[in-house]
Unconditional design. Structure first.
Ligand code: FES
Length: 489
């Protein structure tokens, strides 16, 4: 890296060129000089859409306005961050943004700093300021790309493809965390959830003892049913008996699909339930088959899914999405324990490299004691789960829920003896389903589950820490500590 000398607001500053990528904004921040921003986040590619960071540079004796967040530093560059003209530009930008989102606290604060109490203009109240932070964080950091910018000019907006309910959103909440307004939180077709939302939904949908590590529960045990399935076969038994006893009309389950690993479908016959047994370890969308089941007249439906799928369905339930159209619908959520899921194509290619097998021919997959075990043509193969890191699905690193905390019943193999499933019952609705099932019962090893749940949470916290550290509030607090300020002109 090369050392450069620049001058910002009369302060001589020595800075690195960052291999050619260091910007005026970074240099100013390192020197404790405040430049306001809205669309900038240090962990994301520079975007330059809001122009609030406008500064003036003097180059070859000529003055020019540039955006500090994406203008590279050059040796000898002279920068002014708070002249009267710059203040005028920022005032105009803030006035327009405030006219668009008059109720937004973060904008109000920025505007107040520039002496604007009430904007002179009135624009349609939209909440979204089109800063792009939400979809950039979803794409660049979480890796999911559930939303994106759409249309041009006055019709420009942020949305899912065709405005449909998102099949990709994993309900991690990263978009809502960076959104400077309430816009993202108010969207109905994505599912940004905060820890407060999770708590509120636990209160609304579940009842029992509160366990800080494993969530609300009424009962926790290791179960083995008479039906053969993965581990204790408890998921298969619950669905099977539920349909047999008329407690369920249908179930949404993942089925093996030779071309993409698995797909979700709604089933209502015993043999279909039995065929769907076994964990698939790839994420499938449960919304479309759930809606299909409802539209075909099914009303009591069990949805089996990973923690992210369970969060998605709960968020839709909370906003009344299903009961608005189908007031008598009763949805039972059976959540699976999930540390991470895999991208099928990457998993298939990695399995081919490591074990020389074709995953399309797998009869059974299982994760146990840190090993991924596959049965092909009646023969068992295994490798360490750690060796499959590159095949882990984007976004899993942002999920902090191992045990499907929002499900009516959570089921997994962690914490149980071989041949048993760990079962956590979290609601009366879940209890009702379980009452129909006969099974052997044993104690669980709670500590084993807690340990793995803590590791998953720690991973997610680490990933979120990078996002939180770049939020304006944090940067502002840091700036105050250094406190080199410029007077408003
Ligand atoms: Fe630089 Fe928005 S253009 S922060």
């Amino acid at each position: 890296m090369t050392k450069l000398k620049i001058k910002i607001d009369g302060h001589e500053i020595e800075t690195d060129d960052g291999g050619g990528s260091a910007t005026i904004l970074e240099a100013a921040r390192l020197a404790g000089i405040h430049i306001p921003t809205l669309c900038h986040h240090p962990s994301l590619e520079a975007y330059g859409s809001c122009r609030l960071c406008t500064v003036q540079i003097v180059k070859n004796g000529r003055k020019k306005f540039v955006t500090a967040c994406n203008y590279p530093v050059e040796d000898g560059l002279v920068v002014n961050t708070c002249t009267q003209e710059i203040t005028g530009i920022r005032r105009m930008i803030l006035e327009l943004l405030l006219a668009r989102c008059p109720q937004e606290k973060r904008l109000q604060e920025n505007a107040r700093e520039y002496g604007i109490i009430k904007p002179r203009f009135t624009l349609e109240d939209k909440n979204c300021i089109l800063c792009g932070l939400c979809y950039r964080v979803c794409d660049e950091l979480v890796g999911v790309s559930a939303i994106n910018a759409q249309n041009r000019g006055v019709s420009r907006d942020v949305d899912t493809p065709y405005g449909q309910l998102s099949e990709d959103c994993i309900a991690c909440g990263a978009c809502a965390l960076v959104c400077p307004t309430k816009s993202i939180r108010e969207r109905k077709n994505i599912y940004p959830l905060s820890s407060v939302d999770i708590k509120e939904m636990e209160e609304e949908f579940l009842s029992g003892t509160i366990d800080n590590d494993l969530g609300v529960n009424r009962d926790m045990f290791a179960g083995k049913s008479s039906i053969e399935g993965q581990d204790g076969g408890m998921v298969t038994s619950i669905l099977h008996r539920g349909i047999e006893r008329g407690l369920l009309d249908a179930a949404v389950v993942a089925q093996i699909n030779k071309s993409c690993g698995a797909n979700a479908a709604f089933v209502d016959e015993m043999d279909q339930i039995l065929q769907a047994k076994g964990t698939k370890y790839v994420r499938v969308s449960v919304i479309a088959p759930l809606l299909e089941a409802l539209e075909s007249g099914k009303r009591r439906i069990a949805v089996v899914g990973t923690p992210c799928q369970i969060r998605v369905v709960r968020k839709l339930q909370r906003q009344g999405y299903f009961n608005e159209k189908f007031p008598d619908a009763e949805i039972f959520l059976i959540g699976l324990f999930c540390f991470e899921s895999f991208d099928y194509e990457s998993l298939k290619s990695r399995m081919g490299e490591l074990l020389g097998i074709d995953l399309n021919r797998a009869e059974k997959m299982q994760i146990a004691k840190g090993r991924f075990i596959v049965a092909v043509d009646g023969k068992g193969y295994s490798c360490r789960v750690r060796e499959l890191e590159d095949a882990v699905r984007a976004g899993c690193g942002f999920c902090d829920d191992l045990v499907s905390r929002l499900a009516d019943i959570s089921i997994g193999s962690i914490g149980s003896a071989e041949g048993y499933s760990t079962v956590i019952v979290r609601s009366e609705r879940g209890e009702k389903l379980l009452d129909a099932v006969q099974f052997d019962r044993k104690e669980i090893n709670r500590e084993e589950i807690v340990k793995l749940a803590a590791i998953k949470k720690k991973n997610a916290d680490k990933n979120f820490a990078g996002i939180v550290a770049g939020l304006p509030e944090r940067l502002e607090a840091e700036r105050r500590e250094r406190s080199i300020s410029c007077e408003l002109q």
